[in-house]
Design a protein around this ligand. Structure first.
Ligand code: NAP
Ligand code: MN
Length: 280
């Protein structure tokens, strides 16, 4: 609940609440707001929060992450899901009281996960840098994308196909999984490179399987043709003309979540999301 400042005095926990536009999310946000605003342990503030509470689903947590991505060193996130259990959400909408009690008892503990740093260099030298919590993809829509894939300075393959995805461990259950990538436990600090519909025949060859790249290795994708590329970073999309290079590595700073006493195991979440009840 309280944070120590340098003088050793206890500070109120500054909390930002953000919710998606769904009725249930707005209702929960209003409830949380009403409780916290009169509570002497908390101070509601969208600026400089200690804790960001995202209400909605995993998609909403992605938005919350991007809103506060420049404050990762001192912000911790909490996800409240208004549907089923999510991957970035530790609380369900009926567990608001439990959430408040846990924040009151909070001692600053956190659980942190790797995020992806992407640098896009255009032909004219312009650089676009972003961070991704789930993944970044590059696609060429009109024609086959041809690109060299370089892993840790090794020219690995010449890719032909729709595009390439590079995902974080926590993003491995999102788009990466739909592409046939592996599910990676979030304590493994690695990136996963996954192909999007590669062309493979007796002339053109790619590895075909997804590749899991360790923390120290950099991935580079060098498009071989001019034209327009569609680059997505989590839930946002950029259209870039004449991309010279895209570089991917694990960011030096991680995303942190408030450690939850009743944290659901990752495998429980995977099972709940994709397999369901085995007894039925
Ligand atoms: P969206 O299209 O509204 O939702 C994408 C779905 O992915 C939602 O059901 C979301 O869960 C879920 N999701 C998000 N992060 C996840 C994670 N780490 N593990 C498992 N499921 C996850 O878009 P959005 O909500 O803004 O999310 C953007 C994300 O959509 C992208 O980062 C990408 O991973 C994913 N996506 C997937 C595909 C695909 O599978 N073919 C295509 C494009 C984008 P909630 O319902 O809890 O929000
Ligand atoms: Mn969503």
């Amino acid at each position: 609940m309280t944070q120590m400042n340098i003088t050793g005095k206890k500070e109120m926990m500054r909390v930002a609440i953000i919710a998606n536009s769904k009725y249930q999310s707005r209702r929960i946000a209003a409830k949380l707001f009403a409780i916290l605003k009169d509570d002497p342990d908390f101070y509601l503030s969208k600026k400089n929060p200690h804790v960001v509470i995202s209400i909605g689903g995993d998609g909403m947590l992605l938005s919350a992450f991007h809103k506060y991505e420049r404050e990762l060193s001192h912000v911790r996130f909490v996800g409240v899901h208004t549907g089923h259990l999510g991957f970035y959400t530790d609380y369900r909408d009926f567990e608001i009281d439990e959430l408040i009690e846990n924040l009151r008892k909070d001692t600053g503990e956190k659980v942190s996960y790797p995020i992806l740093k992407v640098k896009i260099t255009l032909d004219n030298g312009r650089e676009i840098k972003s961070l991704a919590l789930n993944e970044a993809t590059v696609k060429r829509i009109e024609k086959t994308m041809v690109a060299d894939v370089i892993i840790n300075h090794v020219k690995f393959e010449r890719f032909r196909g729709d595009g390439i995805s590079v995902s974080t461990p926590t993003g491995s259950t999102a788009y990466n999984k739909s592409l046939g990538g592996a599910v990676l436990h979030p304590t493994i600090e690695a990136l996963q490179l996954t192909e999007i519909s590669s062309l493979n025949n007796r002339v053109f060859r790619t590895l075909g399987s997804s590749v899991i790249v360790p923390k120290k290795d950099k991935i580079e994708v060098i498009p071989k043709r001019l034209g327009s590329y569609t680059i997505s970073v989590d839930n946002s999309t950029l259209h870039c003309k004449n991309v010279a290079k895209i570089e991917y590595c694990i960011n030096s700073e991680k995303i942190s979540f408030v450690a939850t006493p009743s944290h659901t195991s990752f495998w429980e979440r995977v099972k709940d999301a994709f397999i369901g009840d085995l007894d039925s």
